[in-house]
Design a protein around this ligand. Sequence first.
Ligand code: H2P
Length: 827
Amino acid sequence: RRGSAFPASHELATGPVKSPPVTVDGFVQEFLSELNYGQGVKLSQSTINDQYLALARTVRSYLMAAWLETGHRRRKNPTKMVAYLSAEYLLGRQLGNALLSTNLISIAEQAMHECGIDIAELRAQEIEPGLGNGGLGRLAACFVDSLATMDVPTIGYGIRYEYGIFRQSFEDGRQVEQPDPWLRLGSPWEFPHPERAVTVGFGGQTEESADEEGRNRCRWTPERQVRGVPYHYMVPGYRNGVVNTLRLWSAEAHEGFDLQVFNSGDYARATQAQTVAENISKVLYPDDSTPQGKELRLQQQYFFVACSLHDFIENTLPGDFDLQNLPKRIIFQLNDTHPVIAVPELMRLLVDEKGFDWDEAWAITQQCFAYTCHTLLPEALEVWPVELLGRLLPRHLEIIYRINDDFLAQVREAFPGDEWRVRRMSIIAEHPQRSVRMAFLATVAAVKVNGVAALHSQLLRDNVLPDFAELWPEKFTNVTNGITPRRFVRLANRRLSGLVTEALGTEEWVTDLDLLRGLEPLADDAAFREQFRQVKAANKNRLALVLEGRDGLVLEQDHLIDVMVKRLHEYKRQSLKLLHVVSLYEGVRSGRLPIERVTPRTVLFGAKAAPGYHLAKETIALINHVAAVVNEDPIMQGRLKVLFPANYNVNLAEKIIPAADLSEQISLAGKEASGTGNMKFALNGALTIGTDDGANVEIRQLVGDDNFFLFGLSEPEVEALRKEGYVPSSYYEQDPVLRATLDLIGSGHFTNGSRHSAAAVVDNLLHHDPFMALADFQAYLAAQDRVDEAYADQDAWSRMAILNVARCGFFSSDRSMRDYLDKIWHA
Ligand code: H2P
């Protein structure tokens, strides 16, 4: 029963309203009540996990009224909503953010203290939901945070992977992957709704038959079905009484298990269907930059978008809704190509199930989607073999064919006689095997297509989708990425936040990041610079404690902290960073570089490599081997350290970024779509050494050339060099420093005398080097010399760092959301 059948007087519980302000005593009572009656333990018997769960539930209850209220308000006054469709959400820990958004941090701290509990220990108990690989998934998490803070009606849709991104450890320096059972101790942040499960079909056949009006209709009879159970997560806005919903789908067997077979003793066969179904949401694919071509991945994609579309149309819209008006009520934002199968799914729903004519349905569909591209690497653009797609989703393949036919007719009309163009633009590729180009399908269907930084959007138009940009120039737009200042400044860097608030006389900057501009004059204030340095020093100290406890690593707190944290990928060029490290070490060993000229520096790496990405894993091993030798060699007199804590994740990022002096953003120009780590570092007062790539370009424009260490080839130079014929070994031959550096690695010096162990990385650089690390080596070293010089003058350095903070307010994800709203969603 739903709706008005219940007495209005009993709509909400009376009694103390569950919203701050609340007293410490009140909070203690709530907490104890959760512990006693929720967990069923007394304080003295409780484990840390009991306490963590009770605290989480206590905080959560303060968000509940706002959640109910937000939902109620949205239903009463329906407007156009944003549905963010993303296969990944890299959320990070929830407790801290919930405390922040409810303004309960200090109350909770005092309350725990009164109970004799160290709240830090409880926070540490939380396992973060690592439901993403890197930037793409973290971006989705930042976006939903901003949308809640800006009170935009939003639903985030995704997959509740039972296992998130793998846990990384090192054995002999080599990456070992372990599953990530993040749900093992229970997740207090999720609300399962099995009663709202959705059925999703796979396989089977299609057939045509006439409907009552004699029109031909297609019927899809799937071969098997899976249940999608939604789990709801709160997405709290920052102290604004808004809580949006993130709805993640978990796959279950449609019909439990086969009792007859079970009773006959064949347990494996009895539960087979269940296993197959549950596998769909079992584990996140640990790579977002190379298409998997795996059937299970396509199943995941279809599973979550089919559940989401069904959920929106059948459960979120009112029962009598006229789907003709769908575009007035929803925009589905496609986060990369992973959810693009939603396009034919919506067509199927409208045509096959709701009885729309094809053209009507297509007119609706074309207004309901927008597509964000996150890459420039051609190999990362998803394609699905026709054979596979047709087997798994036969009806969808038919629909894609028809969309393509209509589209190509349009191309022929616009460019008569240009069959070569028609072939280039076809959604169906013929070589090397017949397959569906998901980025093309998305582009054809979308109202808008956007890249994620100015340069990326331009290259997307010019190089990746030029034919489409020519046909539909107005479809293409840019929205530069952003990051949430709540998590990545206010929460992660409490000290800097305090200083900024004190300096600006307001905390409004947390939701209006442009206010940071007000810090600019303080860059010239010696006392402020001193305070700024104290913040950095304290953050280094905190990081030292974390690394010591977590990894047994010692951080030299008086060093320049030089950080490169991101997924391990050739184009991001961790190997170039490694060459820099080895060049310093080799320089000192060979006498070329006097030790006193080496700025005391710790190079901190954090990176996971996709398990099947051989070269990336070899690079990790080599970094670890270099670290082991360099860190121990007395010749360096402790002036150069390389640290590589395993299992880099959101939580560690929150500790590392505020402690960094130097941010490494050194991808080959034209390869990194945007980067978002670059923004986090700049906003936490690190200076960037970087190429003219992705959002680095915009960071540099904003902070000014004097406050940014630019180096390397520009994108047009990269293209020119490639055309000319790039020969990496010529750099090796001409540059004695590069030669000595590569020779030292190649000699086996870092790998116990084994040349073989270093060969994969060295040979690749010398003979292939597709991302031109050798071409940029010299310029990179020169830029690092400029870094050393600048760092020697601490006052000047602090001035630059403060200006970075002051001028990077643009990179708030609130601004990104405003851009999406203005340029794309009009919600
Ligand atoms: C990707 C791009 C980044 C971009 C991010 C978000 C796929 O992230 O490569 O350049 O900033 O999406 O748009 P990542 O490499 O971190 O996995």
